[in-house]
Design a protein around this ligand. Sequence first.
Ligand code: SF4
Ligand code: MG
Length: 331
Amino acid sequence: GEPLLSVRNLSVTFPTQHGPVRAVDSLDFDVHRGRTLGIVGESGSGKSVTSMAVLGLHTGAQVTGSITLDEQELVGLTERELNRLRGRRMAMIFQDPLSSLHPYYTVGEQIAEHHRVHFRSGRAAARRRAVEMLAEVGIPEPQRRAGEYPHQFSGGMRQRVMIAMALACEPELLIADEPTTALDVTVQAQILELIARLQQDRGLAVVMITHDLGVVARVAHEVLVMYGGRAVEQAPVDTLFAAPAHPYTRGLLDSLPRLDDPDDAPLRAIPGSPPSLLTPAPGCAFAPRCSRAASAAASERLRCQTEPPVLSGPAGHASACHLPTYEGAPS
Ligand code: SF4
Ligand code: MG
């Protein structure tokens, strides 16, 4: 079927005192109902800015291109129109639930209020819905816990509360920005399982934003890898893990802890730092950190340093690299 969310040629530019900064550059992607797109990259790669643009939360930025939700264009909508869509049709959860929960209201009141605003439901119905949602996200004794305040919940339980709130209005699109980064590994796995289950039960389209390919491996169907505001690789999750084409993706994979051999696998973080968005390099943004370019022939190295690679590749597997390694190709 048609994708629920469709993003075309999306660019987001922030004015700064040193000049315009293009945080997201010419991005294209689709998310279907019942599917999860993982957007992966380091901090500053543009992944969070992308999600904010989809939600229309890009104060001060210039957004160009097209973002359609169920074929409705979102770019250019008024704040009022966006407000109606946020919560009701699309919702977001963040790394830190405390920043979006009010400390002085019980979690039940907050979920109920959210529901009341979007559905104009009565107080009693909204309160019932809040308790139902707490139960659905696996909070024990939901009736009692609805009467507690955010600080009375553990980090993991608080993230469950946020998910309950996000889903209380039955959105079709859920955007999750590093929802498990602050949690320990066991709780992280539980929350990812919960998101995956809710997605299947509800046929949600999910955008999972993370710096961690381990999270992607658990929940994503498709993956978009971002570097310096651009897509550097796009592929189904199995393809991406089996045959990463871009050296940056390969670097992210190499820095994952190895489940089969946890002791013998030191984390190999990619050396170097993310590119400057203020003064972008003339060629490939990854060139200063790229070991593939470093060991390439001089003419190829020159091309990496002078000519920006364009996203291309075999059907369903795109990468932006002059020296990609597709399946069957030597690495
Ligand atoms: Fe490395 Fe060149 Fe590919 Fe950029 S284009 S990722 S520098 S090999
Ligand atoms: Mg972020």
